[in-house]
Design a protein around this ligand. Sequence first.
Ligand SMILES: [Zn+2]
Length: 261
Amino acid sequence: MATISTFDSFIAAVGGDRVVVSNLVPVGSSPEDYQPTPQDIGRLAQADVLVENGLGLEAWLARTIDNARNANLRIVVCTAGLPVKGINPHLWMDPVLARGYVRAIRDALTQSDPDGAAYYRRNASAYDARLVALQGWIASRIKTIPPDSRAMIVFHNAWQYYDDRFGLRTIGVLELSPGQEPNPNYVAHLVALAKANHVKAVFAEPEYSPKLVQALAESAGISTIQTLYDDSLGTSGPVKDYESMLRYDTQTIVRALGGKP
Ligand SMILES: [Zn+2]
């Protein structure tokens, strides 16, 4: 079981037909303000392995684990041992750091099911190569954006690791902590930053209300992109796993910032 749908791909890729995967936070919902249901507790009670991000992304999870009373549950905290920036939990958005998630999942599945060790090792190594290829592809697309335009203002700071990896600048973040509406002074500050840095677009995810993003974009005279995926896969369409998510996001960003997607 994974907390968010974005991690399902990692588990399915490593576990193959020895594993059945489901996730706690439904596709299209935000993990940062999720309220677990009694059904979630029931499903967790029957799971062998739980894959979580950690770093406060799933603040509600400790109580859910307690309530599930599953003494055999093996818990994988994917960000353990990875280089964390401040308190930002979105490490998986960098495909290089995602390789660490895959290693952690491989090790947990191997401990939980030692007969599958060679199978999990082979699968993890094949998926690792796909992540390396994905990293190279993203880098090649981002390079087509004119250097002065490699800047983003985002709704919530899911993009720091991706931006740092690929040479984009995160100029501003609208929502500094989950559920906290920015005050008018802060929005004015972001508008000024957007103008000073010639930012071309404000980016957000479909699971958040578009109002704040549209207000900021209108004041700054720039466009709004409301279709980035990070904490969740898409409910329909092309964003059905981790790789298609990062490809879709990259094409969206590159197009909005004037590159060749
Ligand atoms: Zn997030």
